[in-house]
Structures are given as C-alpha cells and as structure tokens.
Design a protein around this ligand. Structure first.
Ligand code: BGP
Length: 468
C-alpha cells in the first residue's frame, strides 16, 4: 500500500513580509517589500505608500496566537515562516540587534512549540533591509555576506534551542529573475548584465554555505536546507533540439541545487562563464566555505512550462517567475500558472536521483479568488473544492514519488492562511485554508474564517494521508 512515512511533517507556509504587517513597529526598519506596492507588476516607490497592502498584511504580527491555534486545530506538525531581517537589524549593517524584534520571534516560536508544531524558518524571504539595497546595491556587494553572517549568528544563537529546521534564501534562483525583490539590487533590472547577476548570486551562495557552516557549529542537531524555485520544464516537441533546450533551461535552476548539494560550481556553469566572458570575483576562502553542503533540499512547486526551439509552434506563457510555452495537456489557474500534479512526482524523482538528499516541498498551492459565503447555519466559509482538488492531486503524486523511493521530509502548502501575493501584491489571489477578511482596497475586518479545505486538510493530516 502507498503511504506517507510516520514522521512526515505536514504543515503550511507563509513569509513575514506577506502576513505580519506592523511594518514599522517595535523598531523594525524598512525592507524592500515596504516600497513594492505592486509586487513584481509595479515600480518601487521612494517611501512606503498607503496602497501597499503588505504594510498591514493580515496583521499576523498581532494575531499570531489566534492563527497558530487554527493551524494546531488542523493538526500542523510544522509551520514555515520567515524572520524579517529588518526586525532584527533594522538597517542591516548595524552592530547590535533590535531586542524587540528578537523578542517577537521568541514568542512566535514558543507559541508554535506549545502545540508541538516545529518552526521551519526561512532566514531571508524577499525582505532584504531597504538600507542595504540603497547603500550597497543589495547582494551585488560582497559586504552583505558579512552583514548576513552577523544576522545568522544572532538568530542561531537566540533560537537554536527552539528551531531545528532552517532554510537559507527563499527561491535563491529568483535573483536572476527578480533582482530587486529577491536580492535588494537597486540598479534597474534592464541595466544589469549577466556578470552583475552572477556576481550577486555568488555572494548569496557563499552566504548560504556560511549559514550552513555556522548553523552546524552552533546547533549540531539542526537541519539546514537550501530553497529553490522549482521550474519544471518539458520539451514542447519530440525534436531532440527541444530536449537540449530543456537541458539548458533546466541548468539555470539546477545550478543552485548543484552548488548547495555538491559544494562547488559545476563544470557546465564554469564553461558557460568562460564562453560568455563572465568573470566572477571569488576570494580564496569561498571554495572552502562552499564545501559546507546542505542537509536537505527544499523547493516550491506550482506549475510546469514547455520549452522549444520552434517558437512559432508555441504560445508563450508564464508561471511562478518563469516564462515558457503552454502545454496543451494542462489547464491553468486564473493567473495562468499551469496545473501539473504529475510534474511534482517527476521533479521529486529528478532531484532525488541527482542528489540522494532528503527533499522538502515548502510551497505548493492554488491561488484563487475565493468568495466568502454564509451557510444556512449562519457560519461563513469558502466552498473551495477547486483548491481541495488541486492539493489532493498534488499530494497523491507526492505519495507516488515516495513509493518511487524518494525521501521526502514534509510538505508545507503555501499561504496556509490568506496573505498578500508576492508577485501581484493583491489579497485577491488567495491560497489559504483560512480566509482573511481583507480586500484589495484595504477594507475588511481581518476576521478569520475556516474554508472547506480547512476541514479537508485536517483529515488528511489526521489520517497521515490515508484519506486522499
Ligand atoms: C513564491 C514565493 C512566495 C509566494 C508564492 C506564490 O515565489 O516564495 O513568497 O508568494 O510564490 O506566489 P504569488 O504570491 O505571486 O502567487
């Protein structure tokens, strides 16, 4: 019989900047998100502006106790969130941390542990302190490695006895696609060369390996993973040229996992650098630092895309920060992300075959415009059968992958409670099991309501996936 392992970590995921709000409370500094009111659709602003929904988020900062109680009610074993770097170091480059920020996460993690929920913490989730962006051009500067090191030492020392599971950079490969949001790089994207981008990538990779090294020294029992934006690519046609095109596109993603898992740059990337005249400045110690490889690989998975050399045959489409061609066999979400549960099984097998390291799916889900309805009983809910179907199909394929022999530590679906979208900065694109009464025009009571999927997911966890 196909089943999930006994200790499988079921749960959900959020990021500080998309849910906490309280953007300048208790000494918090600004982060790049506080000046991105339109997400990836819009321009950054000089100052935080009223139309930026992230400034208030879903007020998780003040309501986390209620929310974690709801997660516990669903039976979560794990809860993924991020620490907002600018709560701990408001500007990012100061010597001393902000005690009020540290205290907040102490309380948050204690609240999780009270219910036996393991925190899974992303150290940097698209929320570089704005000051580091303005003063240093974000991760283009090598100086950020040092600031990041101070930050991770601080949080590892403080939370080492509470947090066992850590992720370094959220979707680290997104730096190539969204340099400001992902890497705090102020220089406009169209003025950045590949040289600039890969230099910034190098700094993050060294910082990531440094976090693994320091984490293992300070917290011998901790498990520290990388986090990759999963971009699954298929050939649009059986033309062998398309297969080669897929291989090349895939490497833009896999290089990040390769370096994190193997501790060195792969030859294909070094050759690519040479052919394109890219010269990365590396310090002698970087090679030693990179050897500190991760304990597991985590990734986000929402959709897949096709690639082809026969551009005239394809219809262009996009997924999560990725562009490619439409797959005629797949349907898409209302935001155009193609829905491909089998692609999850394929991706899990591919990653496991390549690294033989435990895997963790830390994001997956369906963004949809939910409608709150009132039942005869008077209860307000969302009848989100479409979400249940999406999640169920993905979980069945995840179970298949486990049956294939893949070692999977856990699954945290994205936006387990509705939050502000990263790419569009809307509330309307909802992922949660819990509906939050907040609208794109900023109105709403912030009241929480259990959706139909809430009860479904509770049963999934209770039965350890047997009810799927
Ligand atoms: C990932 C990010 C998340 C998240 C998710 C869904 O790229 O790590 O922060 O938001 O995608 O994307 P969106 O919010 O754009 O629908």
């Amino acid at each position: 019989m196909r089943k999930f392992p006994e200790n499988f970590l079921w749960g959900g995921a959020v990021a500080a900047n998309q849910c906490e709000g309280a953007y300048k409370e208790d000494g918090k500094g600004l982060s790049v998100q506080d000046v991105l009111p339109g997400g990836l659709r819009g321009e950054r602003t000089k100052q935080p502006t009223e139309d930026n929904l992230k400034l208030e988020g879903i007020d998780f900062y003040h309501r986390y106790q209620e929310d974690i109680r709801l997660f516990a009610e669903m039976g979560f074993k794990v809860f993924r969130t991020s620490i907002a770097w600018s709560r701990i170091f408001p500007k990012g480059d100061e010597d001393m941390p902000n005690e009020m920020g540290l205290k907040y996460y102490d309380d948050l993690f204690d609240e999780c542990l009270k219910y036996g929920i393991e925190p899974l913490v992303t150290i940097s989730h698209y929320e570089t302190p704005l000051w580091l962006a303005e003063k240093y051009d974000g991760w283009r500067s090598r100086k950020l490695i040092g600031f990041f090191e101070r930050y991770v030492r601080t949080i590892f020392t403080r939370y080492g006895n509470k947090v066992k599971y850590w992720l370094t950079f959220n979707e680290i490969n997104s730096l190539l696609h969204a340099p400001f949001m992902s890497g705090g790089i102020m220089t406009p994207a169209d003025q950045l060369t590949e040289q600039d981008l890969y230099q910034a990538v190098h700094h993050e990779l060294v910082a990531s390996a440094l976090a693994v090294k320091i984490g293992h020294e300070l917290m011998p029992d901790a498990k520290i993973g990388c986090m990759i934006l999963g971009i699954t690519v298929y050939p649009l046609t059986p033309d062998p040229e398309d297969m080669i095109a897929v291989m090349e596109k895939d490497r833009e993603t896999m290089l990040f996992a390769d370096i994190h898992a193997r501790g060195r740059y792969p030859k294909y990337l070094l050759n690519y650098f040479e052919e394109h005249g890219i010269q990365i400045q590396m310090e002698p110690e970087d090679h030693e630092i990179l050897k500190h490889t991760v304990d597991f690989i985590s990734f986000s998975y929402y959709s897949s895309i096709c690639e082809t050399v026969h551009k005239e045959l394809g219809t262009s489409t996009g997924g999560n920060l990725s562009r490619g061609f439409k797959n005629p066999y797949l349907k898409a979400s209302d935001w155009g992300w193609q829905i491909d549960p089998r692609g999850l099984r394929y991706t899990l097998n591919k990653l496991y075959d390549r690294y033989q390291l435990p895997l963790f799916i830390v994001e997956n889900g369906l963004g949809a415009a939910d409608e709150l309805v009132t039942l005869e009983s008077g209860e307000k809910t969302v009848l989100d059968d479409y979400r249940i179907q999406y999640l169920r199909e993905h979980l069945i394929q995840l179970r298949e992958a486990i049956h294939d022999g893949v070692e999977v530590m856990g699954y945290t679906s994205w936006g387990c409670i509705d939050l502000v979208s990263a790419s569009t900065a809307e509330m309307k694109k909802r992922y949660g099991y819990i509906y939050v009464d907040r609208n794109d025009d900023g109105t709403g009571t912030l009241e929480r309501y259990r959706k139909k999927s809430f009860w479904w997911y509770k049963e999934v966890i209770e039965s350890n996936g047997a009810c799927l």
